[in-house]
Ligand binder design. Structure first.
Ligand SMILES: [Zn+2]
Length: 397
């Protein structure tokens, strides 16, 4: 036992150092060796060894030197020249496929979109076809595929359990199924959890240890980062605020219950309420176009929606005491006064000390970045066995 430990430990410590450097490059962008040593608090020989290993394994690469005076130190960055990750965003109406370097920068020109089919097999076929065109990029190695999925996702089983807005994924394992078809590693992550990672790595939550992400788009979902870790619960099902009852006599929800927050406080809910008023079915885009042309006024509907949203925000702030609460949704584009009004009403409904400690802002990250962040985070995480990294080891110089 002692022998095994003494053999494993140096390897493990090297991996922990490498993991720390990768996270720094992900969060801070390209850095020189000296900057890495300083920020990480590691000795230069340790940094050199770790970077050599990361260059060899292909995680990082050296940036081409900048033109200019003198010879500035070459910076290291996460690999983009010959390494990529793919992201698949599953959603109720449209799905998206994207690619990015290991630095997470989405290549917008290569994004593909397809209408969500109504059977699971057709969904796999469409996703496979779209992903394959990106996988087949010459001289490019794909390190993995992140799948952002709505609804309850069992993170241990990698299985969709109950998705009110995308029920064809119930009981299904799209990651495992695509892995078999494509031969590339796939990781499925619940969409709001993935949004949290996107905001942390590429958005306004850089460096934040405690924040929450409330998504009010197709449904209502919540991701919570607490002391630097995503709150997942036992099976990854934590955060389902959208299915808390807020109207005892409310409409039936996709989950089977009545009067859930999701039936009154997201863009799908607003489109459903407006459809009822107009006597014809309009989706969010059609509704937004009518509003933009001045042919539809939503004052009353937006007022009610704002109150329910304020209840949701107040609940999140009271329960989790986040330093920042990000709100993700395109609803706010309908009326420039909606977000300020939401802040004001949330202030009245939240416990004062918790409200004062919390900054409420609109999220910058997208679900596309969420899918990409999920797989990059997984690739970096898997450098160190989970039971070890959970101990929060500090790197050793
Ligand atoms: Zn529900």
């Amino acid at each position: 036992m002692e022998n095994t430990r003494s053999l494993i430990q140096p390897v493990l410590l090297s991996r922990i150092n490498e993991q720390q450097i990768l996270r720094m490059l992900l969060e801070q962008g390209p850095l020189s060796r000296a900057e890495i040593a300083r920020v990480a608090g590691l000795g230069p020989p340790t940094v050199s060894r770790a970077i050599e290993a990361l260059l060899q394994s292909g995680y990082v690469e050296e940036e081409a030197p900048q033109a200019g005076f003198g010879r500035p130190a070459k910076k290291l960055r996460l690999a983009v020249r010959s390494a990529q990750v793919l992201g698949l965003v599953l959603d109720a109406e449209r799905c998206r496929v994207v690619c990015a370097g290991l630095d997470g920068k989405v290549r917008a020109d290569r994004t593909q979109t397809f209408t969500t089919p109504d059977s699971y097999e057709a969904l796999l076929d469409q996703a496979e076809m779209a992903l394959r065109t990106l996988l087949d990029t010459p001289n490019m190695t794909t390190w993995g595929i992140g799948v952002s999925m709505p609804g309850l996702v069992d993170s241990n089983l990698q299985m969709g359990l109950l998705s009110p807005n995308l029920p064809i994924t119930n009981g299904r394992t799209p990651g495992r199924d695509l892995e078999k078809r494509l031969g590339a590693a796939c990781l499925v992550m619940q969409e709001e959890h993935a949004l949290c990672l996107a905001e942390r790595y590429f958005g306004s939550a850089r460096g934040l240890e405690n924040f929450a992400m409330l998504d009010v788009s197709t449904g209502v979902g919540l991701g919570v980062m607490s002391s630097g870790r995503l709150l997942t619960g036992q099976n990854g099902l934590a955060g389902e605020i959208g299915h808390i009852t807020v109207d005892l006599r409310g409409r039936r929800c996709g989950c089977g219950n009545y009067g859930c927050l999701e039936t009154v406080a997201c863009d799908t809910a607003l489109a459903a309420i407006v459809s009822q008023r107009l006597g014809r079915k309009v989706d969010f885009d059609a509704m937004a176009a009518l509003v933009a042309r001045g042919e539809l006024k939503l004052e009353e509907e937006l007022g009610t929606l704002c109150s329910y949203l304020a209840v949701a925000l107040a609940a999140v702030i009271n329960l989790f005491n986040p330093a920042s609460l990000f709100v993700h949704g395109r609803l706010f584009a309908l009326d420039p006064n909606l977000f300020p009004r939401l802040l004001e009403e949330t202030g009245r409904r939240t416990l004062a000390p918790s409200f004062q400690a919390c900054r409420i802002v609109q999220a910058r990250g997208s679900k596309r970045q969420g899918a990409v962040a999920a797989i990059i985070d997984h690739l970096i995480d898997s450098l160190v066995p989970m039971e070890i990294s959970h101990l929060n080891y500090k790197a050793v110089a």
